[in-house]
Design a protein. Sequence first.
Length: 269
Amino acid sequence: MEPVHLRSSLSMEDYQNMLAAIEETAKCPVCLERVRSPTTLCNNGHAICRQCKQLQKVCPTCRAPFSRINPVFLNTLIELLPSQCRNSSRGCDKVLSMECLSDHELQCEYRLERCRVRGCSWHEEVTQLLDHVGAQHPESLLSPCTTTRVPDFIVSDEEYSASLVTLEDSLFWVYITNNFYKKQIPVFVQWVQRGVQVSRCSCDVRVVKDHFSFCYSQPVTTVEPVEVTLCSTLAKQFLVTPNSIFPNFVSSKYDVEIKFNLRIDCDNS
């Protein structure tokens, strides 16, 4: 009988296969991603993300009721095990702990990003965002220090308009919206995460027309997800102008346009 020769170490392919097996075994039956701590178990031991459990009355795997036991060991193990980035199918090769992975996925260059221009359904990798806006919505691509007109902006319209601003390899969405009920016209600036976050970023907005002027400033922060309602949840992030003053800035009573002077300053030091 020939002796069995064991390899002294595992190859990278072996590790990848083991990780893939773990990912498949620990997949949540609702979101179809690896269960995330804290988890919930059913009476038969099947795991589900606690957030996903809120939408389920019984275990989606076996229909058993959920247990009230807190699986401390399982939660600790899940937090310690490395995991692939959810964008691995698009080319990201990062394998990190769950704690580090959450921060990475917010700024992963392979993640999908939606175009925020009104009426556009584009949803591709964030690295393609600038090219898309430049090709399909050139009127919505602004420089950091510019004067622009916002077309089709009606004071009684609840919808928002979005423009993309570029500065030193950073991208920012500038949302100009309207909350007619609260009599406010918020301007919200959001950093599009594509790498290491800029350390300081602020935005100055000046509304001007003839001899009328209104100016305000506020630091720019990163807020995720951007799909949350702009006029409610993110109210503290807004640069808010009372809409009662906007008749002073209407270009004509038939064609409602507002002129903004936008300035974004970033310091990466």
